[in-house]
Design a protein around this ligand. Structure first.
Ligand code: C2E
Ligand code: CA
Ligand code: CA
Length: 860
């Protein structure tokens, strides 16, 4: 709008000025040219006029000279004694013509057409064109001769001739007359009777032309008054009606003709040159205008982007910093104060290293390694209140003049993330209730022991199962059960040394690992002490609770360092210990393999069960927190045992996994889940658990594709739940398989999130759509604020990675309330619904949405 107009207005100023200047110069030039031409014309005119005037003077002179010549010759004949004697006598003709005194030669030599001797009465001698004639002189002359005669006679005293112009034989001629007188000066008797000699000089065109040549008068000729061009100079010849005219030279015109064309050509060339120069100047100034305009526009863009930067810098949660080349802080955005509590003045001018420290390398050194590319580094600092905080520093070098001028970057506060990560790490290795090590840490402990140099120390693994715990838990409730477990944990810790390990595997099952104790004697002593310690009654709210413990022992020196094998062996020994009457311990021995026999038996039963299709699926619904509508249901397998009744997966899944029977079982579950869910209202989803063994022993991608094709169930409504253990053995293979599954169009859910080793790392690289927070975290939420923070951190992390977050194991209203406050997406748990058989679930669907009709499926 205005900006654009303003930009254009001032931007075109240069070309406008140039145009004005060009017009001015052009005008001045034209004026100068006009003045020069006018001056030239004026000079030419003056030259022509001067020349014309001069020629006039010469013409007069020419006529005068003719008169003088004529009169001189006339006088030489008229004032002569002999002529006076004879011409006044009767034989004038003989003397004049025959004696050739006034004869033919006057015509042939002197060019006089008429020679006459006459007086007032008559002509006494006449010669016309050199031949004597009897005609009277008056017959030749167009005017009266008398006045001429009288004038000549009047001058007789002084013997001066007279001249007149008159028509002679019809053409102008110069008539000169003189009285005929004696040359001795004697007086004549009567002037009026004195004869007169008259010469007629006919001004023929040839004579006039010759005269013109002599006096440099071009085209000299006679013209009658009435004819001829106006503007030519004219000299009238008496009353003859003729004028002498000529064409005077015109030096001015010549000058013009010689000067104007080259001058014009020069001016034209100059004009062209100037036009070219002007065009060039105009174009240059237009270019200047253009670049000025571009400069202005880019200036505005720059201002806008600076403003944008400022807005972003102030709105962002990160703070922005800048240092000089030496790493001294030169800029801190206003967010710095909000995040750290310091003012910018506290730190400006100080080295950034003084503010931020990095555990792995000095910050300044790291900055200096930054080249064209940026990088980021995790740093720690103490805020204004002295609290340790963490931030992720991203930095980039600022280049100018070919060298590094300084550094610039952002610092995002990751304190919460670091804390959450540390807590997740801790939780993934520890039991949430007791804080003891969990199975993961146990596994790691054995791995580390196996890798220890110079050789592994002998380890003794004791599997401990509390006697009488279940009745207490069932009778007095979970809180009491938890208190008992905590007290047990404390006592176990008291009994062990620093480098031993105490772990809880779940429920009332604990593991102790004794480091470098291998002799049976020592172990026996330890076990006795342990049983004694646990046998002491536990005081809880005034009650004395009695529990006991049974121990199964396996040793790395005998059964090897495989933790699973050790547990398996210890478990068999434990079984023996319990069978032996509790509160005692047993070492594993080969004869205990009877247990293994039992397992074999179970394995056979399981195999048959698969053949006989003795399994059923139950489904546990999953609710959307926003509106508490069911969006999905998880398929959970149960074994309808012909003798033992309905068995939960805990009793047979582990065995199925160990024996690879999980592959056909998993296939059946998947097929059955898809068949069942096909009848559910759209867009209800079904989740199916996949065990890691299905990944390693079967072709799970092939199975899923086949089953989707067989059942016609839409892939996007099928969700596969896998735990981090899937990644445990073969990270790359698992990634490949998960990607292939994803390509089938199914959804992938990370189950039991937080119980594995490096949950975050997996989440980042694997193609999961959702994650399920393990029920242990949900159970721990009620206990203290800290555990709730972990759940919050997981929800936020999941959301930050674009994942759908589900919480499982929601057992209380309080948990649901907290999860809804923490904006968890979906929930699942006994509080909302226990796992149901297919029919019960359908009833639930109908109850949830009576308006939504179930699709009509014809019974098979
Ligand atoms: P999971 O995948 O973590 O399944 C959730 C388990 O938590 C289910 O136990 C469910 O009954 C239980 N649960 C649900 N809500 C609550 C609650 O509010 N509180 C508590 N304490 N527990 C709750 P279930 O059915 O006994 O299954 C146990 C495990 O067996 C499952 O854990 C899963 O890992 C495995 N499993 C079940 N079905 C299959 C299957 O078809 N294939 C495979 N590979 N594994 C299965
Ligand atoms: Ca699950
Ligand atoms: Ca789970």
């Amino acid at each position: 709008m205005d900006i654009a107009a303003d930009t254009y207005g001032s931007a075109s100023a240069h070309s406008l000025h140039t145009r004005k200047l060009i017009a001015l110069i052009g005008g001045l030039f034209a004026l100068a040219f006009a003045i020069a031409i006018a001056a030239l014309v004026h000079i030419a005119y003056r030259l022509n006029a001067d020349e014309s005037q001069q020629s006039y003077f010469y013409a007069q002179k020419a006529l005068q000279a003719r008169i003088t010549t004529s009169q001189n010759l006339l006088t030489s004949y008229a004032v002569w004694n002999s002529a006076y004697q004879h011409l006044n006598a009767a034989d004038a003709r003989r003397w004049a013509f025959e004696e050739r005194n006034l004869g033919e030669s006057l015509f042939t030599l002197n060019g006089y057409e008429g020679v006459f001797v006459l007086d007032r009465q008559a002509t006494h001698y006449a010669l016309f064109n050199g031949q004597p004639t009897n005609a009277q002189a008056q017959t030749f002359v167009g005017t009266a001769l008398l006045p001429i005669i009288e004038a000549a006679q009047a001058h007789s005293e002084s013997a001066a001739p007279v001249s007149r112009y008159a028509l002679f034989n019809g053409w102008p001629a110069l008539l000169s007359a003189s009285a005929i007188l004696p040359d001795d000066g004697s007086a004549v008797p009567d002037a009026a009777r004195t004869r007169v000699l008259l010469f007629a000089d006919l001004l023929s065109p040839e004579k006039v032309s010759r005269l013109g040549d002599d006096y440099d008068l071009p085209h000299l000729l006679l013209e009658s008054h009435d004819t001829g061009l106006a503007g030519k100079p004219r000299l009238p010849l008496g009353d003859t009606g003729y004028d002498l005219t000529w064409e005077p030279r015109r030096p001015g015109s010549q000058l013009l003709w010689s000067v104007v064309p080259p001058l014009t050509a020069a001016v034209v060339v100059l004009c062209l040159l100037m036009a070219w120069l002007f065009r060039y100047a105009l174009r240059t100034s237009e270019q200047i205008d253009d670049s000025y305009r571009v400069l202005k526009i880019s200036n505005r863009a720059l201002e806008a982007s600076e403003e944008r930067f400022r807005a972003v810098a102030e709105a962002a949660s990160d703070w922005i910093w800048e240092t000089d080349a030496q790493g001294r802080l030169s800029y801190l955005s206003t967010r710095f104060t909000v995040v750290t509590g310091f003012t910018g003045q506290d730190w400006l001018g100080q080295p950034i290293e003084k503010l931020l420290t990095c555990e792995t390398m000095p910050l300044g050194q790291w900055l200096r390694t930054l080249d064209g590319t940026g990088g980021s580094l995790r740093c720690a600092y103490r805020d204004h209140a002295g609290q340790l905080r963490y931030c992720r520093v991203s930095a980039r070098a600022i280049h100018g003049d070919g060298q590094v001028q300084g550094f610039r970057g952002t610092a995002s506060d990751v304190t919460d993330e670091v804390a959450a990560h540390a807590q997740i790490q801790h939780l993934s290795l520890h039991d949430a209730l007791t804080g003891l090590a969990n199975r993961n840490k146990l596994t790691r402990y054995f791995e580390e022991a196996g890798a220890r140099l110079p050789g592994p120390t002998p380890l003794t693994l004791i599997l401990l199962d509390l006697d009488n715990f279940k009745p207490i838990n069932d009778a007095l409730g979970h809180p009491v059960g938890d208190a008992v477990l905590l007290e047990v944990a404390t006592r176990l810790r008291e009994c062990t040394r620093e480098h031993d390990l105490v772990a809880r595997l779940g429920g009332d099952e604990f593991v102790l690992v004794l480091n470098a104790i291998d002799s049976d004697k020592e172990i026996d002593r330890f076990c006795a002490r342990l049983i004694e310690s646990l046998h002491r009654p536990i005081l809880h709210q005034g009650q004395r609770l009695h529990i006991g413990a049974s121990l199964g022992i396996a040793q790395s020196s005998r059964q090897g360092l495989g933790v699973d094998e050790l547990i398996r062996c210890a478990d068999i020994a434990l079984y023996q210990a319990k069978a032996a009457g509790k509160n005692t311990w047993r070492y594993f021995s080969e004869h205990m393999n009877q247990q293994i026999q039992q397992r074999r038996h179970l394995e056979n039963e399981l195999r048959q069960a698969i053949g006989n299709q003795e399994f059923v699926l139950h489904f546990q619904p999953r609710y959307r927190v926003d509106d508490m509508q069911i969006v999905s249901a998880e398929a959970l397998v149960r074994w309808q045992h012909p003798v033992r009744g309905l068995l939960g997966p805990d009793t047979f899944i582990a065995l199925a996994e160990q024996t690879e029977l999980i592959v056909p079982l998993g296939r059946w579950v998947l097929h059955q889940a898809c068949l069942t869910a096909r009848q559910w209202p759209e867009p209800m989803q079904v989740s199916v658990n996949l065990s890691p063994a299905q990944f390693s022993h079967g072709d799970v991608v092939h199975d899923v594709r086949e089953i989707l094709m067989q059942t016609g169930f839409p892939a996007h409504r099928l969700e596969l739940e896998v735990t981090e253990n899937v990644m445990f053995n073969d990270v790359d293979g698992a990634l490949h398989t998960l990607k292939a599954l994803k390509e089938l169009g199914v959804r992938l859910n990370m189950d039991d999130f937080g119980t594995g080793y490096s949950s975050l790392g997996y989440l980042r690289t694997y193609p999961f759509d959702s994650l399920k927070i393990d029920k242990r975290f949900i159970a721990a939420m009620d206990r203290s604020g800290g555990d709730r923070a972990v759940v919050q951190a997981i929800i936020n992390l999941g959301k930050a990675m674009g994942l759908m977050v589900t919480a499982e194991g929601v057992e209380t209203e309080q948990q649901l309330h907290s999860l809804s406050l923490d904006l968890c997406h979906e929930v699942q748990g006994f509080y909302l619904s226990r796992p149901l058989d297919a029919r019960a679930l359908e009833l639930l669907f109908e109850a949830q949405s009576p308006a939504r009709a179930m699709p009509v499926i014809a019974p098979a």
